[in-house]
Design a protein around this ligand. Structure first.
Ligand code: EPU
Length: 335
């Protein structure tokens, strides 16, 4: 495995921000990965999968690891072979190619998560979610390596400490995910959970798993920009959780405020709605702006400096805070 010095990271983050990594490597297997950890034990480390949920504001003074560990195997389950399917997928497989693989075979559970950019290994890090589904619902186990010790560790679903766009892997930065074991089903039953998707499928009596994947792809393509054409990192902020009293106060002025009560007593509202109603839908400052079809997405129209994105982010946060008294927290990681 080669080590590259002073490597440009522009093509390793979907926002296309420029930054130089002191050292860069692409391990092809777990042995390579362990070797680069011991060869550079004193260096700061950053792991990049698809690079679809991060950007840079400065150079990275350490080792950037861009794993290329591919492969997939179906694990048969003796006890309940008819219904349950277990598949172990290595971290560097492309997420949507894996979803397509499952949908083709009728393995149910991932279809709502079609067309999300990135790798399989990144999916548990931020517990990717869309159209009423979250990847945590179909993860049995995550296999990782401890960056400090090189030791292999297996995390059960509970041990991953999944939350909304969150997990132990996002919070601690201590592990490199090498594979994920999924628990899927052979029987597909459409459960209507999300307005946009139900609407897309309203003319189909009993949607098949393929119908759902196709519908998700159509909705996403209409609403979300393709990062290859217009650099972005998907939703930029998390949807905020607020108090019921806050919902009542805001609903007087904004009767359409989306409000989804949660089990913990808080209410989830829509960051897109807040940004839209703060006057920031489609608004640009210099080369950075929100996407006209979905203001939760910040897009880069041509800047190479991540600080421009941070400045724009702060302006949106301030405006939303002043107008609604709600803090928007970024979902994207900033380095
Ligand atoms: N809205 C507006 N103005 C707009 C667009 C939306 O007010 O211009 C409001 C509407 O009330 C709408 C609501 O925002 O009903 C929600 O919009 P949408 O259905 O597009 O979903 P979202 O909450 O903005 C979340 C995820 C997306 C995921 C979609 C679909 C987060 C941070 N984002 O967005 O995930 O695709 O739901 O399930 O939870 C991502 O994480 O990168 C991502 C794209």
């Amino acid at each position: 495995m080669d080590y590259y010095r002073q490597t440009q990271l522009k093509n390793y983050n979907s926002f296309r921000t420029e930054a130089i990594a002191k050292i860069f490597c692409q391990p092809q297997n777990v042995e390579d990965l362990r070797k680069c950890l011991t060869d550079h034990s004193q260096e700061k480390k950053l792991i990049i999968g698809g690079g679809c949920n991060l950007f840079f504001t400065k150079d990275f003074d350490g080792l950037v690891i861009h794993p290329q560990i591919k492969g997939l195997r179906e694990i048969s389950d003796e006890e309940d072979e008819d219904e349950d399917v277990f598949i172990e997928v290595n971290a560097s497989e492309n997420w949507d190619e894996f979803v397509a693989y499952c949908v083709e075979r009728g393995f149910a559970g991932l279809e709502n998560l079609s067309l999300i950019p990135g790798t399989v290994g990144a999916a548990p890090v931020q517990n990717i979610g869309a159209y009423g589904a979250e990847v945590k619902d179909v993860i049995k186990e995550v296999v990782a390596i401890d960056i400090e010790t090189g030791e292999g560790i297996s995390f059960s679903n509970i041990e991953c400490e999944f939350g909304y766009r969150d997990s132990i892997f996002k919070r601690t930065n201590k592990y490199i995910i090498i594979s994920v074991v999924f628990h899927l089903k052979r029987t597909f039953v459409y459960s209507p959970k999300y307005f946009d998707l139900n609407k897309e499928l309203e003319d189909i009596h009993e949607p098949t798993i393929e119908n759902v994947r196709e519908a998700v792809i159509r909705v996403r393509t209409r609403k979300l920009p393709d990062e290859k054409v217009l650099p972005n990192a998907g939703s930029f902020f998390k949807n905020p959780y607020i108090e019921q009293s806050k919902v009542e106060e805001l609903s007087r002025a904004y009767p359409n405020l989306p409000a989804y009560p949660q089990k913990n007593g808080l209410v989830k509202t829509s960051a897109a709605f807040l940004i839209d109603n703060a006057g920031y839908k489609g608004k640009c400052i210099g080369n950075i702006g929100t996407y006209p079809n979905q203001p939760l997405i910040i897009v880069n129209y041509g800047s190479s400096d991540g600080n421009d994105i941070v400045n724009f982010m702060r302006e949106v946060q301030n405006e939303v805070k002043n107008r609604f008294g709600i803090e928007l927290e970024p979902e994207v990681r900033i380095f």
